[in-house]
Structures are given as structure tokens and as C-alpha cells.
Design a binder for this molecule. Structure first.
Ligand code: UDP
Length: 421
């Protein structure tokens, strides 16, 4: 798997040393100590997409990192048809509070697909770590003897909104069977008893292709390829997100429309497909229609492995927007802050955990109300570049402190350790 992306299956000594130079030797030594205690422990991570979206993004770094520390970690992805992903995306949207008709008859495809994937589960795994609702049903199909030997963790990466009781009932029955449920924010803990919850804030890998330093010429060449020239005269405002109903593309476009009347700037909205997200194309086309007639807007739908391109756009941008109306965490916020960019983000889900309003970024109201606020903040940042730079620097330090992979790996290993002891 890692070879297919040109990365070693474990990180090299140089790479581990490079983490130490970013976070300090003390933090790395702590990881080595935890790794000693967990030598050879068999962990199986399972999700529903190899590419696209925040979960795949994290797993690409977590697997080689934990292997480098001595754990026997593997990553499997369930196989499923379009019907299943249409159903689970509806479930995902419903869990995040989108008022839609959740077709409960779709459960059949949910359980069938999980049953068909049950053969993925490693009998020898000591810890089975399931990500998000799609593969959560696998636990139903494990034999009692094997289940008894294993610890099962369910990790929820989405913004659980507490409005829909019947979805919570659906989840409750499922999650109660797990030994531990991990959430991305204390705000998402479910309202029922009988689940042991934990919180792991998400994290980015500063050395991944998405985040590593890039030479100026690479950034310029990539911008040139997409027609983004003269960025000093027409600064770039960027939104990176899957084309999804909660990511706030429409609000970003409206705010840009207001600012563009007064100041030269351009808007790039870049997204891509995730194999478990069937909504991408329709939302992309709708947005294209909306953007018709607004000058200086570029919409790009890129393949999900366009990490260097996204890295370059984030580095070329003057301001980064993430005006989500629901957000499990929003890795794109930390990615942008790590690149010293001021981020204007929706005050929802995991975003306020990353941005301290007015200090290392700006928070705005989610939805229509946020359009004028966003436009005001964009104008302010465009007119005060020294302040924008300072804000970006503070953002980077906040990420170094709290949102790098080294902290995430430590949190995970501490959970593994406590589950096994
Ligand atoms: N991403 C990407 N290409 C895209 C859109 C997003 O590589 O076209 C990446 C983005 O850089 C981030 C992740 O996908 O690393 C999205 O994670 P986030 O937590 O922001 O949102 P999610 O997609 O998980 O809801």
C-alpha cells in the first residue's frame, strides 16, 4: 500500500529525526517509550475509502508511523457498491443534522455489505479500530470466541448533531457493542450511557506530501499550470474541501462576490472525489452554475491524490476559508495554519478548537449570516497584510503545540495501552 504511493512501509530514521526537529526530542522519546510497551501488538484499522477525505489522510501517515514504533499495524478498506455509499452518505448527512429522508429500508444494504466484508477482520488482531459508521456493522459478524480476545474501538470523525433521535438509536445499538468509542471533540459525545467514550483531537502530518515545505518554484509552476498568475496583484483566496453540502462553498462564493467588487482578488475552490462520497459531481456542477458570471473564480475538481497541488495552493494563498456549517474537525484548517495562513472558519464542530478568534484566525457564524462577516474579515486581511502574516505565524505555533501527528499517535497508543492492560 505505502509502496503504491512511493512511501516506505515504515518511516526511515531520517524521517523520525525530522519529526524530532519539529516537535522536540522529548515528545519523540515519549513515543518510543510507549512503542516499547506495545511492541508487536497487532492493530487492524478499517475504514471505507483508501483515498479522499480526512480519515484516509490521517491513516496514510498513522500506519507507517505506528509500525516504525514497533506496532504490527495494518489497514483494510471495505469494498462496497454505490447503493451502500449512497445510503451511508445519507446517514452521514443525517447524523450531521441535515434534514433528509433517511431511508431506513436502506439498512438491508448496510448490513449485507458489512456481512460481505466480515472476512477482512484479522483473527489475530488484538485491537480492531473501526473508522466512522460505514464499517461499524462489521462487529456484528465476528465470532464470539474471536470477539472475546479482541478489543474493538469505534472512531467517529463526523460532527454528531444531537437532533435526530432515531439515528442515535441506530448508532446506540451498534456502538454499545464496542469497548470504546472515540470522538473528535468532547462536544460530540453521545447522550446515552453504556458507551465508554474518549476524545482524540485529529492531527496533520507536517512531513506528508500535503504539508511538507515546497520550493517556491514548485509552487509557482503548479499555480502557472492552473492559470493562477500575478498573485501579488490579485491575491488568492482558497477553499479546499470535498464538494459536500456542509463545507460552505456557497457562502464562500457569496462573500467573495462582495469583496471582489471593491478589491482585486481571486477565489479558488478545490475539491475532489472520495470513493465513499457519491455527492461530489452534483455539488460541483451546481457550484459551477452559481459561479458563472462571477469574475476571478476558479473551481477545480482534482483527483484525490493531488497532495502536492493542494499543498502548493495552500502555500500560494493569502487567505484560506473553511466556512463549514458542520465539521467533525476540519483538517484543512490545521493544514492552512501550519502554512502560516490566516484562516476564516465557521464557528462549528472542531474549527473553534483550532482557531482562537481574532488571534490566530477568524471565526464566523455558520450559514447565510456568516457571509457578511466573512467578507468583512477577508477585506480586513487583504488591507492589512502585516497583520495577516502575524496571524498566520501564530496559527503555525498553535498547530505545532496541539495538532501534529506526534500528539495523535501518543493519544492512540495510550488508549491501546490502557485497553490491553
Ligand atoms: N482534500 C484533498 N483533496 C481535495 C479535498 C480535500 O486532499 O480535493 C484533503 C484535505 O487536504 C484534508 C482532507 O482531505 O486533508 C479533508 O479533511 P477534513 O477533516 O477537512 O474534511 P473531511 O473531508 O474529512 O470532511
Amino acid at each position: 500500500l505505502q509502496e503504491s504511493r512511493g512511501t516506505a512501509p515504515v518511516f526511515s530514521a531520517e524521517r523520525l529525526a525530522a519529526y524530532a526537529s519539529i516537535v522536540g526530542q522529548e515528545k519523540m522519546s515519549e513515543l518510543y517509550r510507549l512503542g516499547e510497551a506495545l511492541q508487536g501488538v497487532k492493530v487492524q484499522q478499517i475504514n471505507s475509502a483508501r483515498f479522499g477525505g480526512g480519515v484516509a489522510e490521517m491513516l496514510y501517515s498513522v500506519i507507517p508511523f505506528e509500525k516504525s514504533l514497533g506496532l504490527d499495524v495494518s489497514w483494510d478498506v471495505i469494498t462496497a457498491g454505490t447503493d451502500f455509499f449512497v445510503y451511508t452518505k445519507t446517514l452521514h448527512n443525517f447524523l450531521q443534522g441535515k434534514d433528509n429522508d433517511l431511508d431506513l429500508s436502506g439498512h438491508r444494504i448496510y448490513w449485507e455489505t458489512n456481512r460481505n466484508n466480515a472476512g477482512l477482520i484479522r483473527d489475530d488482531a488484538e485491537i480492531v479500530f473501526i473508522h466512522d459508521p460505514q464499517p461499524a456493522g462489521l462487529i456484528e459478524y465476528i465470532s464470539p470466541e474471536i470477539r472475546q480476545r479482541q478489543k474493538w474501538l469505534w472512531r467517529c470523525h463526523i460532527h454528531l448533531s444531537h437532533e435526530h433521535e432515531n439515528v442515535f438509536h441506530f448508532l446506540e445499538g451498534l456502538i454499545a457493542r464496542y469497548d470504546l468509542a472515540v470522538f473528535s471533540s468532547g462536544k460530540f459525545l453521545p447522550p446515552w450511557e453504556g458507551v465508554t467514550p474518549a476524545v482524540i483531537l485529529p492531527y496533520i502530518d507536517p512531513l506528508a506530501e500535503k504539508n511538507r515545505d515546497l520550493p517556491g518554484e514548485t509552487i509557482r509552476a503548479i499555480c502557472h499550470k492552473y492559470g493562477l498568475e500575478d498573485l501579488d496583484k490579485k491575491p488568492l483566496i482558497l477553499l479546499v474541501s470535498r464538494f459536500d453540502p456542509f463545507k460552505g462553498h456557497h457562502f464562500a462564493l457569496e462573500a467573495f462576490r462582495l469583496v471582489r467588487r471593491e478589491l482585486p482578488c481571486r477565489l479558488l475552490m478545490v475539491g475532489g472525489t472520495a470513493s465513499d462520497d457519491p455527492e461530489n459531481e452534483a455539488i460541483f456542477h451546481r457550484l459551477q452554475e452559481e459561479a458563472r458570471g462571477v469574475s476571478d473564480v476558479l473551481l477545480l475538481n482534482l483527483p484525490p491524490d493531488s497532495h502536492v497541488e493542494i499543498n502548493a495552493f495552500q502555500r500560494a494563498a493569502s487567505i484560506i476559508l473553511q466556512p463549514s456549517i458542520k465539521e467533525g474537525f476540519g483538517l484543512t484548517v490545521s493544514e492552512a495554519m501550519w502554512k502560516e495562513k490566516p484562516v476564516i472558519g465557521g464557528d462549528v464542530g472542531g474549527i473553534p478548537g483550532q482557531i482562537t478568534d481574532g488571534y490566530n484566525g477568524f471565526l464566523i457564524s455558520p450559514g447565510e449570516k456568516g457571509i457578511a462577516e466573512m467578507a468583512r474579515r477577508i477585506r480586513y486581511l487583504l488591507l492589512n497584510p502585516a497583520f495577516a502574516r502575524e496571524m498566520g505565524k501564530r496559527g503555525k505555533e498553535a498547530v505545532r503545540e496541539r495538532f501534529l501527528i506526534t500528539r495523535g499517535i501518543r493519544d492512540e497508543m495510550m488508549i491501546f495501552d490502557s485497553l490491553l492492560s
